[in-house]
Structures are given as C-alpha cells and as structure tokens.
Design a protein around this ligand. Sequence first.
Ligand code: GRG
Length: 286
Amino acid sequence: MQKYQNFYEEYVPKIEYTMDQALLKLAAPTCLLEAMRYSVNAGGKRLRPIMTLAIYQAFGGEINEDIIQIACAVELIHTYSLIHDDLPAMDNDDFRRGKLTNHKKFGEAQAILAGDGLLTLAFSWIAESKIDDTSKIKLMTSLAHNAGPIGMVGGQVSDMLGNELNYSHEQLVAVHNLKTGALISYAALAGGILAQVSEDIEQELKMFGLNYGLAFQIEDDILDVNDSVDVEKNTYPHLLGMVGAQKELATIINQTQQSLTTIASMQSFDYELVAGLLSYFERKND
Ligand code: GRG
C-alpha cells in the first residue's frame, strides 16, 4: 500500500505536467485549446494512466517521458467521455470535479469540439511516440476497440436505452463492462503491451481491468445510495439490494486479486505495487 501511495504521489504530478505541456504545444485555435485544457486540468484521480504506468513498472519497465505521454492517451479519452456525458443531451450536469462543466463554461458547441479534439489527440500521442511500431499498433487497436462502438460508446448507448428497460444481472454486467470496464481494461492491458508481456498475461490483464471497472461501477452505485442520490433502475443496489451489492463488490474485488496472483505465478511481477491500486476500494469501504 505504501509502495503504491509513493508511486501515485510521484506520478500524478508528472502525468498532469506531461498532458498540459503537450496541449500547450498544439497549434490549435486558442478557444478550443482553452476548453480542452480546462477539463484536462480539472483534477480527477488519474486512475487510468496510473494503472498503465504501475503495471508497466511492475513488469520491470522503465518509465520515461515518452511512456508517460502514451499512458495519458486513455486519460484524454476518459476526459472527452465526461465532457460529452455532462452535455444537456445526455446527463445535463452543471458541475464536474467541483467545477462548472465544460459546456456551462464554454457553451455546447465548444464542449462538443473540445471532446472531439481530445478523442483524436489521444491517438496522436500513441502514434507519434518513440516505441516500436508493433506495440503502437496494438495499443491503438485496443484503444479504438475499447473506447468505440463495441466498447465505451456502445456501453453508453445501452445504458441510455436501459432507462426504458429493466436489465437482468447479466445485462447489467455487460453494460458496465462496456461503459466503465472497457477503458480501465485497456489501461491495464496497455501496461502489459508496453512491457511486451506474453498473450496469456495480456488476457489476464484484460480480466483484471474489466473486474476492476465493474467493482468501480458497483462502488459508485453504492456511494450514490449512501449519499442519498436517487437509486436508479439499472444499478446494483436496485437489482440486488444494498447487502447484495456489497457482497457482489467483495466477490469482484477478490477476482481482481486472483488475476494478480495468477500473473505473479506466470512472470516476475511487482504484485505489491499493482495490488495497491485496490486501495481505492479499501478506503471507501472502511
Ligand atoms: C459520452 C461516449 C460517452 C461515454 C460516457 C464514462 C462515461 C461514459 C460516463 C460517466 C458516467 C459515470 C459517472 C460512470 C461511473 C464510473 C465512472 C467512469 C466515473 C468517473 O470516473 P473517475 O472516478 O473520474 O475515474 P475522475 O474524475 O476521478 O477522473
């Protein structure tokens, strides 16, 4: 836990610095750049790039500026998804991370375009990096797959359609895996791709990320109930009750730990560093 805490404290500022410096170098219209930087610099846990970097280092990878910028590509996509999710046509939120949402600050058209800009820029950050071409293609293919219509975007659509339906447990897992799990699964896999692990380990990293994402979503649903936010229809507390949702969360967290144990049995791996990512759940469930 302390090892991960130290890693987190060292790399979050580096992630934030890398993203802002790269944005500042863009010869984009000033108003667009301002809207993009506003959301990228608005804070957040930086969970996804931290996960990529921790997994890469756990396999013995040496982190440099190039690797940090590649790890940040997924954070750009995450940020675009939040900007678009907050729009009036979707969740219609006024605040995000304690600040006005992008469209409230810059207007809807600029917010849509800032999101579009971040989405495409993410792929440039991988394409223009110094790593070998095979790893680049693997990263870009997985990111496109997990962020797009058969990943996060598809999950967002199923989630919206679900407002009219009652999803079964199985359907709910499928929606969460796409909407929330797919990007986190990519973040875990990216650490392995950068460290050039075997395909078996890549599969295990994908599972780790998917289960982590599911746990993340169940936790979010439970916290909403604790914060007295209305219990929405297609959530774990609504489907399984609070006790059932807590039990399911514990089961899924256990599965993420199992994935890490399996990985450590296959290749030399800093289990302690990556297991620290699970401290996110421990703190909230104390
Ligand atoms: C608009 C294409 C499109 C997709 C939106 C991610 C998403 C899909 C919607 C957000 C809805 C939501 C609150 C989901 C719960 C899980 C989640 C992704 C929370 C936000 O991620 P954090 O906690 O955010 O990593 P920070 O602010 O820490 O970066």
